[in-house]
Design a protein around this ligand. Structure first.
Ligand code: ITT
Ligand code: MG
Length: 230
């Protein structure tokens, strides 16, 4: 990938999330691009994320940091949309259990909310199959609901003008308890049916190959390459 300008060797990503930074480092590192994040700029205050959508929040973060640094900036706004919770926690994923953001508390709240609804059954979602919502003694993990990880990535120039805005999605299911020690956030509760493992049981490469973030970033690369061609 050439990020807009082939001479670019470094990108700024408007995130404080260490898990996101590691994933972006792996994704951009493969292109020889160094990632800077807000962890390198500790004086930049928290940016209010008051948009209604992931896309709006990604743009808010990218523009706020571009204005401070006077440089092009990428931002990622992402989260989990759970079918049986009507798409919650959605844009509130980071503060689902309140502020400050606490992954363990968020995961606990997600399990509480789903258990409150009772067992997943074949009726509520219409798509439940024999291995959903019941362990059935088959060794299959218990899944409480279908869900999607969603990631919007915004790229703005130094003046805050939108260069690209893309979104990636990753479908899966919410487990009834955590599995695995990798990843971050909701990964231990997010089961990837086609791999038979939770997101937290995947290597970084496996996660980036299928994740909402990996997909969004590949769309961004494709858009920028297309823009350079015309
Ligand atoms: O705003 P920044 O500084 O980027 O960091 P953040 O952690 O607040 O990020 P968001 O506002 O985008 O909120 C995303 C929430 O969704 C969760 N999340 C996003 N991507 C995830 C992933 O790949 N795996 C697990 N959880 C994820 C994450 O843990 C947060 O709770
Ligand atoms: Mg945030």
């Amino acid at each position: 990938m050439r990020l807009h300008d082939p001479k670019v060797t470094e990108v700024v990503i408007a995130t404080k999330n260490a898990g996101k930074v590691k994933e972006f480092e792996a994704l951009f590192g493969a292109q020889g691009i160094v990632v800077r994040s807000l962890r390198d700029y500790p004086d930049i205050a928290d940016i209010p994320e008051d948009g209604d959508t992931f896309a709006a929040n990604a743009l808010i973060k990218a523009r706020a940091v571009a204005a401070i640094l006077g440089a092009p900036v990428i931002a990622d706004d992402s989260g989990l949309a759970v079918d049986r919770l009507g798409g919650a926690p959605g844009v509130y994923s980071a503060r689902y259990a309140g502020e400050p953001c606490d992954d363990t508390a968020n995961n606990r709240k997600l399990l509480e909310e789903l258990r409150r609804l009772g067992p997943a059954s074949t009726d509520s979602e219409g798509e439940a199959g024999p291995d959903r919502g019941a362990a059935g003694g088959s060794g299959e993990p218990v899944r409480l609901s279908g869900a999607q990880f969603i990631c919007s990535i915004a790229f703005v120039d130094a003046e805050g003008k939108q260069i690209a805005l893309v979104q990636g999605e990753c479908p899966g299911e919410v487990l009834d308890g955590p599995r695995g020690a990798g990843g971050f956030g909701y990964d231990p509760l997010f089961y990837v049916p086609q791999l038979g493992r939770s997101m937290a049981e995947l290597t970084m490469e496996e996660k980036n190959a299928i994740s909402h973030r990996g997909q969004a970033l590949r769309k961004l690369w494709a858009e920028l390459e297309e823009a350079e061609r015309v």
